[in-house]
Design a protein around this ligand. Structure first.
Ligand SMILES: Nc1ncnc2c1ncn2[C@@H]1O[C@H](COP(=O)(O)OP(=O)(O)OP(=O)(O)O)[C@@H](O)[C@H]1O
Ligand SMILES: [Mg+2]
Length: 316
């Protein structure tokens, strides 16, 4: 049985459908990503599942409880880290966790053990008694993530868990999210607009745009569906006809001596392609990525840039 299921979940603000007829189910133990640009409806979706906002129509269940009729039970089942929530800078890491444990009525006899366990999980034991104001962005984020876990929730909601962090720190936080999911045996639903984040962390991804799911699958399957890797090379005597006839080649574009080839499985087929490419003076390879998937299913870039695909798509 799925741990989260939604049926035609909808949230309207006046004329705007921030989330529109969202139907999905998430299995226990998944790290599930909602990937979409600013304003896509990611936070609104999480907020409804976390019972912070009421749906306009449709329904959803979290851990078997109805988000409209059993709010308290839902809240006991979940941990959440939302945009704008923060830890108290003037307290130590441990004090922050202690206050939260009291808020969630974690029994006092197990409180200390649980806090120690969670601090260790995100490698903050040595910093437990330091003021949070001296923490780096990544450390604060790790502290927030485990703060949401004090009461042993079954599901953890993370809204943009690495927003504003540098790429290196972001990858570091991913490691902790994976660890937390595994060791606490919880289901994680996160939102992001970072493609790499969704790709590296999530078992499945729903790409959402304008409040609707454009497509939902594993990162690998998503890329397979769109499926064209690209190779760009320069050659003054390529055999374009031969290249076109290769069974793994999907498309060939030519500008003077430059060729752009869309093909399946570049790692397997590059050598045979280059056999027909003549005197190649330069070659570049660009495997398909989630950005291509996004464009394919939504018709536009993740960020409001120019139309992708072809030569322009290469530049991303
Ligand atoms: N309280 C509100 N009143 C009116 N409109 C709202 C409200 N909250 C959200 N919206 C609108 O709903 C849409 C979805 O917003 P939401 O915050 O869910 O997007 P998001 O995908 O989380 O974006 P971001 O990446 O910027 O966090 C946006 O168009 C937003 O302006
Ligand atoms: Mg948001």
């Amino acid at each position: 049985m799925p741990i989260i299921s939604t049926s035609k979940l909808t949230k309207r603000y006046g004329q705007l459908a921030a989330v529109s007829n969202l139907t999905l189910s998430i299995e226990e133990g998944e790290i599930f990503g909602l990937l979409g640009p600013n304003g896509a409806g990611k936070t609104t979706t999480l907020s409804m599942l976390a019972t912070l906002r009421s749906p306009t129509s449709g329904s959803a269940k979290v851990n078997g409880y109805d988000i409209s009729k059993q709010r308290n039970e839902v809240r006991q089942s979940i941990g959440m880290v939302f945009q704008g929530t923060s830890t108290d800078d003037l307290l130590t890491a441990r004090e922050n966790l202690e206050i939260h444990a009291m808020l969630y009525s974690v029994p006092s006899d197990i409180r200390k053990k649980r806090i120690d366990e969670l601090l260790a999980l995100v490698e903050l034991t040595d910093r437990a008694n330091d003021l949070v104001k001296h923490f780096s962005g990544g450390m604060k984020q790790r502290l927030q993530i485990v703060r949401g876990l004090l009461h042993h929730p079954r599901v953890l909601f993370l809204d943009e868990p690495t927003l504003g962090l540098d790429p290196q720190t972001r990858a570091h936080v991913w490691k902790y999210i994976e660890r937390v999911a595994k060791e606490e045996k919880i289901t994680v639903i996160l939102t992001t607009h970072y493609m790499e984040e969704a790709e590296s962390l999530c078992n499945r991804i729903a790409i959402i745009d304008h409040g609707k799911i454009a497509v939902l699958d594993t990162p690998t399957n998503l890329k397979k569906k769109v499926g064209s890797d690209m190779v760009k090379f320069v050659s003054n005597n390529a055999d374009a006809k031969k290249i076109k006839s290769l069974k793994f080649v999907r498309k060939i574009e030519q500008k003077g001596d430059s060729y752009l080839i869309k093909l399946d499985e570049v790692s397997k087929n590059l050598a045979s392609l280059l056999k027909s490419a003549g005197n190649v003076s330069s070659v570049e390879v660009r495997p398909v990525n989630l950005s291509d998937v996004f464009i394919h299913y939504t018709g536009h870039e993740m960020r409001d840039e120019e139309e992708g695909g072809g030569w322009q798509g290469w530049e991303r």
